[in-house]
Design a protein around this ligand. Sequence first.
Ligand SMILES: [Zn+2]
Length: 511
Amino acid sequence: MPRFYLTTAIDYSNGDPHLGHALEKVGADAIARYRRLRGDQVHFLMGMDEHSQSVIQAAENGAVTPRQWVDEMAERFRRFWQRLECSNDDWIRTTEPRHQAGVTALLQRIQRHHPDDLYQGEYEGLYCTGCEEFKTDAQIANGRCIEHPTLDLVPTKERNWFFRLSRHGDRLLQLIRSGQYLVEPEIRRNEVLRLIEGGLQDLSISRQRMPWGIPFPGDEQQTVYVWFDALINYLSATGFPEAGYERLWPADLHVIGKGITRFHCVIWPAMLLSAEVALPRRVWAHGYVQWEGAKMSKTAGTAVTLDSAMGRHGVDALRYYLLREIGFEADGDFTWERFDGRYNADLADGLGNLASRSLAMLERYRDGVAPPVTDGTTLDQAGAAALKAYAGAMDRFDLRTGADAAWSLVSTANHYIVQTEPWALAKAKRDADLDAVLAALCRCLYRLTVMSAPFMPGKALELWSALGQTGEITAESWNQLGTPPVQGVKTTKPPVLFPKPNPARTEEGGG
Ligand SMILES: [Zn+2]
């Protein structure tokens, strides 16, 4: 069974997660669930980045210790991700001993293999507390960080350890150009190549002794820079440096936001090259959820909470909307109108209506048991085509196109009902024709259930159960998509999968 180790970015311990965090987590979760359907042994890692300076400030403001603060934040984030049905197999916090051991070990390996890559120097620059990094001129607009236009940059000067990033540019270019180290989508790969081609500057990787963080190996007066520390979580979660960490490492996929490609596609692989540890295979940098054209982030202010978005139409509907409408490759606007519109058109009137009318007809005409007909119909042909398009898109992490493929089959199936008029077939007592239509609809629902499972795991399982299928939706379910085992299975009363809570608003809202 092929192994698939994927990670999300780990989040800062400040405030609650917002929709921007949620897009990344549900996107990665959809990929994890899809890879499991395809039979991979998935290991899905999420976690918290807990050594930032903002933790100290937040803790002071809240009159708790940094430890109490990060414990509380970790629990809050974890609960949000559980509610969003994230199926992560591991949860790492950078304050854990296993992570501290990994950071220390990686730096010691650099000291051993390439001691010239580390040197002491003085650093002077403008520091953004939102990014936790010094900003270069290109990253500053109107005297402020481009990512954090509401925060003041802090002039900072101190003695630090430096990492000789400049030495690794040529090797990184070669690895990325040759595809040995994949940076996707294409637009991000090009950005990263331009960045490296422009020349890399060495990087300050320690701070003068701070009360919070991991001591620099061999120099207790210095603390490991929070970003250098945080990146190593992907490796320390595998048990590195203990024997057997290669069972998981190298990672197959890092899912991150487009704003942190410099760290993940330049600094991180250079750190690993220097330590002589294998590089991850691929980085996917998604776009941002925008609200009225602006990035949604905690430090830049939030307009809509994750709670309110989950409460609108339920968690599965939010997952679907984020991945279908916002997408996973570029920026997209979140609006209530579009969310309501997608909910009504795609879910309530689309998949929900298809399931309820199909299962209602099966109940009325055949006591809920799918007829023993396995002959292919035009709907089966459409199902095979949709499945091919879906798998092709999902294999390249194009989640939006994957959802498009599945939901085009929903439309086709609803048309199929209109065209075949099962009620007329029943009235005319054309039993064989009616059997064929009802069986085709059952096979179609089976396929749609499996294809929608990565996007809306909870609703998919409800539909799975209504179809008379037992247990979870697994790789075995996927393998039966060619000829779904529905004939003779007793289905149950159609569930209302996507209720319309307020018909009046729906009618006048117009999506
Ligand atoms: Zn910033």
